[in-house]
Design a protein around this ligand. Structure first.
Ligand SMILES: [Zn+2]
Length: 155
């Protein structure tokens, strides 16, 4: 058995869609990035890559590569899942935390869980999504960005 962890932060800017866990969430700002900037999915990709010793998301999906421009990060997660399986591992569980002052994540949690489960071919019960604020502190508290962390176990 091996564990992996991932962490990511993206800047919130006007004029972008807010995509979290593959869900298009109505919000006055969205996350800036080369792909759809799905910070939750990026943290999960990094955790999975870390668990099997395959580096990080930037190594496999560079933000200078035009084929990844505005791509759904769920596609990157599905490709990451393939890499994990090719290494001979299967995913036991994925735990995550979203750090955001707004919007509220609760109404979208079940859909995010299903999206992640589908992308990595596990039962939804193997995925957990938590959300917290930073009580108004720092870049996340001021609404300048959204962060995410993930820990995974593979065997
Ligand atoms: Zn990212």
């Amino acid at each position: 058995m091996r564990i992996g962890m991932g962490h990511d932060v993206h800047r919130l800017v006007p004029g972008r869609k807010l995509i979290l866990g593959g869900v298009d969430i109505p919000h006055e700002k969205g996350l800036l990035g080369h792909s759809d900037a799905d910070v939750l999915v990026h943290a999960v990709c990094d955790a999975l890559l870390g668990s099997v010793g395959l580096g990080d998301i930037g190594l496999h999906f560079p933000d200078t590569d035009p084929q990844y421009k505005n791509i759904s990060s769920l596609k990157l997660l599905a490709q990451t899942n393939e890499m994990v399986r090719q290494k001979g591992f299967t995913i036991c569980n994925i735990d995550t935390t979203i750090f955001a002052e707004a919007p509220k994540i609760g109404p979208y949690r079940d859909t995010m869980q299903k999206n992640l489960a589908q992308a990595v071919e596990v039962a939804p019960g193997c995925i957990n999504i938590k959300a917290t604020t930073t009580e108004g502190l720092g870049i996340i508290g001021k609404g300048e960005g959204i962060g995410a962390m993930s820990v995974v176990l593979v065997s």
